[in-house]
Ligand binder design. Structure first.
Ligand SMILES: Nc1ncnc2c1ncn2[C@@H]1O[C@H](COP(=O)(O)OP(=O)(O)OP(=O)(O)O)[C@@H](O)[C@H]1O
Length: 219
């Protein structure tokens, strides 16, 4: 589904942050992406989301070589990906409910077809009482859960999550992990970038470990 071949990435004239990175993400697979701070996890997720272009090497996403796709095709490809950014990127003027329903609204779905799903998912992530709140009044952990719900609501083919449990306590982290596993069971390939060894130890999943710009994979 996703393929990287000898991918290298440098920012501007800086050193190569990623070097000769090659891997394949199969459909419906589940993997953690880990490595020390600054190792390049966020950079790798940005390449997967096609918001960065590699400086060398080949990336194909859903079977398309990203070097040859035109800008008009990008939104359509991205719509198949759910992403949880480290800084959440919620829309501050929209309520929690509206933020989570947004991917469906953008796809032209009638609110009556998704209202129940949005409310159920918000309840599951512990935000049943915060449905009408605006993001600026939420805690970091609450914002993170809104971002997760928004990424999941449309059952994407690929979920990318950058430190998705970084702002919540261990019981909530376990609950969120269960949600990712359930999504995976329903068919989504999942990539979770995390430092959290405790989280990774709960699942027997593939580990992609970045260090010094290179990737090692433990199946
Ligand atoms: N926009 C940028 N311009 C220049 N250098 C950058 C940029 N973004 C990241 N870097 C550098 O690239 C390297 C990898 O950063 P990245 O954020 O991908 O690491 P990370 O593994 O996600 O780190 P963390 O775990 O701390 O979030 C770091 O040395 C960082 O300083």
């Amino acid at each position: 589904m996703i393929r990287f071949e000898n991918v290298g990435l440098r920012y501007g004239m800086g050193p190569e942050v990623l070097r000769d990175v090659s891997f394949h993400i199969p459909r419906q697979s589940f993997q953690f992406l880990t490595g020390p701070s600054g190792a390049g996890k966020t950079t790798l997720l940005r390449l997967l989301f096609m918001s960065l272009r590699p400086t060398r090497g080949l990336i194909s996403v859903f079977g398309k070589d990203i070097a040859t796709i035109d800008a008009g095709e990008l939104p359509q490809l991205r719509r198949r990906i759910g992403i949880v950014f480290q800084d959440f990127r919620l829309l501050d003027h929209m309520t929690v409910y509206e933020n989570v329903g947004l991917p469906l609204r953008v796809r032209g779905k009638e609110e009556s077809t998704y209202q129940r799903d949005v409310l159920d998912l918000l309840k599951w992530v512990g935000l049943g009482e915060r449905v009408h709140a605006l993001p600026p009044v939420l805690s970091g952990g609450e914002k993170q859960r809104v971002a997760i719900a928004r990424a999941l609501i449309d059952q994407p083919e690929l979920l990318l999550a950058d430190e998705p449990t970084g702002n919540v306590d261990p019981p909530m982290a376990r609950r969120l992990l269960r949600l990712f596993l359930e999504l995976n069971r329903l068919g989504t390939a999942v990539v979770i970038a995390t430092h959290d060894l405790g989280l990774m130890d709960q699942v027997d999943a593939r580990r992609m470990i970045l260090s010094n710009g290179q990737l090692e994979i433990y199946e």
